[in-house]
Design a protein around this ligand. Structure first.
Ligand SMILES: [Zn+2]
Length: 174
């Protein structure tokens, strides 16, 4: 068995070495005597994410560990179970198809008996089209705004705030 030495004074370490942080340096294994010069830190059981320079003195945990992205993952699974989702890039499809037809947003709103502000919101991706709007847009612009399912989860990582679960269910209920 290898003998360990105090990293500060070089004395052999008897028994349990103390992990101590002194003046912001990395934690060192030191003897009992030298341990009084710094702040003792607990040997981390799980890997810590950060030993940044600003994390110096207090070995007190700031907060309970967070479970990373569990919520987002679950939410995505919910969406994956639903067929007939409005496509992720509906805003781009609407905008591109409208311009290809040479319509202004105002023109399209007039043709579809919609409000121009709604066209703007759809093209900005601020909200997904309702079932009724989607059908009118698809018919007039010759586009598809429903996800056929094959690339369902590809582009979803970006998180579209506009498509609420309510919207999706509404589409499906029909
Ligand atoms: Zn020492």
């Amino acid at each position: 068995m290898q003998t360990e030495y105090c990293e500060l004074c070089g004395a052999p370490l008897s028994g349990k070495a103390k992990l101590v942080r002194i003046e912001g340096a990395k934690p060192m294994k030191v003897c009992d005597k030298c341990a009084k010069l710094g702040t003792e830190v607990q040997a981390p059981r799980a890997p810590r994410t950060s030993y940044g320079k600003d994390y110096i003195a207090a070995p007190v945990p700031r907060s309970a560990p967070r479970a990373p992205t569990a919520g987002a993952q679950r939410r995505r699974d919910v969406f994956d179970d639903i067929e007939g989702d409005v496509v992720e890039d509906y805003s781009k499809r609407i905008s591109a198809a409208r311009q290809a037809k040479g319509y202004t947003q105002n023109d399209l709103a007039f043709i579809l008996k919609m409000q121009e502000i709604d066209i703007k919101k759809l093209e900005r991706g601020e909200r997904a089209p309702t079932d009724d709007e989607r059908e009118k847009l698809e018919k007039e612009l010759g586009i598809t705004l429903l996800d056929t399912g094959d690339a369902a989860s590809n582009a979803r990582a970006g998180g579209v705030a506009a498509t609420t679960l309510g919207d999706v269910l509404q589409v499906k209920r029909k």
